[in-house]
Design a protein around this ligand. Structure first.
Ligand SMILES: O=C(O)CCC(=O)C(=O)O
Length: 278
């Protein structure tokens, strides 16, 4: 799709800058959604080395798959052939973006898993100034409402100037014990924050900034909630396997398809760069 036809408006760019989060409607066509849905389900049924069953209770699974594009052609096409990379470049005002990884978060109906309030930055085994400006695109594969687990974002939290200790999505305490500030108790003080979420149609995306605080309720609806979150870097980042980072990501970057040593610039075939002239 030529750059002029991208669904990113000046208002989207201004909102992303101000709030650290924005919904871009109709970013992907239904052809993409229909191609990705069976691939998403295949991944859930055939978990790979970086995937996680995040379920902590209730009837429906909370599944987290990572690096799907290395295992299924449909996800590779999403990265290489869809307008997504260029949408992100336009949104963040960069002339190139680099893939970090893709992540699917499927909440089946009836699950009791909340996604805890968290900030993504310290899960990532990365350093460098650009690591503080990664952009995530959460693509809806199903109609999403707050009842089915729409992700909620605290507008402006990307400018709080703080990095918080990661929270485990599966409530297993794996990030406890690090001497890093914890997020405040948001749920008991919701009226003190500007919390935003969007009812989404399949193909809509929400882009959020890596320092932005977000979380999601359990899926109490009768429909599935499949979202694909893709992480995009603009600038140089380096492998930094600090102990509080997400172990599977540490393993993927350190020992995965393009292995890195601590201090290496992220690169190689598993971390492709897409160039545009914005
Ligand atoms: O889908 C969810 O429940 C959470 C998504 C999320 O935390 C993310 O994309 O960073």
């Amino acid at each position: 799709m030529p750059a002029d036809n991208l669904p990113v408006t000046d208002q989207n760019r201004a909102d992303y800058e101000k709030d650290g989060v924005v919904c871009v409607r109709n970013a992907l066509s239904m052809d993409w959604v229909e191609k990705l849905r069976p691939a998403a389900d295949w991944i859930q049924q055939n978990p790979g080395p970086y995937d996680l069953d995040l379920t902590t209770g209730g009837e429906g699974q909370f599944f987290g798959g990572q690096y799907m594009w290395l295992r299924r052609e449909e996800f590779r096409e999403l990265i290489f052939d869809s307008p997504l990379a260029e949408i992100v470049a336009k949104l963040v005002g960069a002339d190139s973006v680099q893939l970090f990884y893709d992540f699917i978060l499927t909440k089946e109906p009836g699950g009791s898993n909340k996604t805890p309030w968290h900030q993504d930055r310290l899960y990532y085994p990365l350093s460098g100034a650009a690591a503080d400006h990664i952009c995530s695109t959460w693509i809806a594969l199903d109609p999403v409402s707050i009842d089915s687990g729409a992700v909620e974002y605290i507008a402006g939290s990307h400018k709080w100037g703080k990095a918080y200790v990661p929270e485990s999505f599966s409530d297993d305490g794996k990030f406890d014990g690090h001497d890093i500030e914890k997020l405040p108790d948001i749920d008991n003080h919701r009226d003190e924050y500007d919390i935003k979420y969007w009812d989404m149609e399949p193909g809509d995306i929400v882009a959020h900034h890596v320092m932005g605080v977000h979380g999601a309720p359990e899926n109490t609806a009768t429909v599935r909630r499949r979202g694909i979150a893709i992480r995009w870097i603009s600038g140089e980042v380096f492998f930094d396997p600090r102990p509080e980072t997400q172990p599977l990501l540490r393993d993927a970057v350190g020992n995965g398809p393009t292995p890195h040593q601590a201090g290496d610039r992220l690169g190689g075939e598993a971390y492709p760069i897409f160039k545009f002239g914005n």
